[in-house]
Design a protein around this ligand. Structure first.
Ligand SMILES: Nc1ncnc2c1ncn2[C@@H]1O[C@H](COP(=O)(O)OP(=O)(O)O)[C@@H](O)[C@H]1O
Ligand SMILES: [Mg+2]
Length: 267
């Protein structure tokens, strides 16, 4: 077996969830912390589907949601935003619109600070609230993060306001792609409200957990014209005895939904 140099090993261990400047990245951000993993590769596959979709339909703004909590929306949205910002000369914004249970800031090793809701309520200018994400695997300036901000129980009401429309427009003028993390659709209206304001909606399902009944309820419970794809999160390739078969199925699932989608973005 070939031995890696001490400096190379040092670099790799530094990338696995250690600090860069003041930021500390969560190990679940595999696109940065384990870029050679199968999971990171799958985010790159998804990235190319989204690039295709975006170019074909001129779509720039997307929500990511799921039927219920804990299916991997936040983790998926963050990894996808990172992957998209690594490709070509592109500026990507990642926005935490889960005003009830915001978690994205933790993935990037931050405490909650002013963000989306503070910009909406005109307490903070957008430029001040946007956080540039810096990492050796990211081109400088490619990824900006807008945390949820100092939200309270009334904050989600703002999602339906014209101020939200204006902020989405502003973000889409400044960035090539904008991804919004949202609460789950089944118990709450937030994702449905935002879904009506953006160019496309992606649905995250957790392999082995999301039941078909839940999925069906989720799809029916909101009138989202903009569904563009389904992401199956948490397929365990490495421990499966049928690795090859599952891998193929997984790829197929991605392709079937993410490429063909509903094809209704802004049509
Ligand atoms: N594929 C996965 N592999 C390992 N852990 C995962 C995976 N998907 C989600 N998780 C973990 O499950 C928890 C819920 O994920 P999260 O992205 O916060 O879900 P949601 O935003 O849908 O509520 C987090 O601790 C996350 O790190
Ligand atoms: Mg979440």
């Amino acid at each position: 077996m070939r031995r890696r140099s001490a400096s190379k090993r040092g670099e790799e261990s530094e990338m696995r969830g250690k600090s860069f400047g003041s930021a500390r990245f969560d190990e679940h951000l595999v696109v940065l912390t384990d870029p050679k993993s199968i999971a990171a590769e799958q985010y790159r596959v998804l990235r190319s589907r989204m690039e295709h979709l975006s170019q074909e339909k001129g779509a720039r703004t997307f929500i990511v949601t799921s039927p219920v909590v804990g299916e991997g929306k936040s983790m998926t949205t963050a990894n996808l935003a990172i992957s998209l910002s690594q490709s070509r000369d592109r500026r990507v914004a990642l926005v935490d619109c889960d005003l009830r249970r915001p978690t994205l800031h933790r993935l990037f090793g931050m405490r909650m600070r002013e963000g989306f809701i503070d910009v909406l309520e005109e307490r903070t200018p957008l430029e001040t609230a946007l956080v540039p994400i810096e990492h050796p695997l990211l081109p400088p300036g490619a990824l900006s993060f807008l945390p949820a901000g100092k939200a309270n129980a009334a904050s989600p009401e703002w999602l339906g306001s014209s101020k939200t429309d204006k902020l989405i427009t502003l973000l889409s003028e400044r960035f090539d792609l904008v991804l919004f993390d949202t609460p789950p659709i089944l118990p709450l209206a937030d994702a449905a409200v935002l879904g009506g304001k953006v160019d496309g909606a992606l649905l995250v399902l957790r392999a082995g957990r999301t039941s078909t009944e839940t999925l069906s309820l989720a799809m029916q419970s909101v009138d989202l014209q903009n569904w563009v794809g389904v992401i199956l999160n948490g397929v365990d390739f490495e421990r499966s005895s049928q690795y090859g078969g599952i891998y193929a199925t997984y790829q197929k699932t991605y392709s079937a939904h993410a490429i063909e989608g509903r094809g209704e973005i802004n049509d």
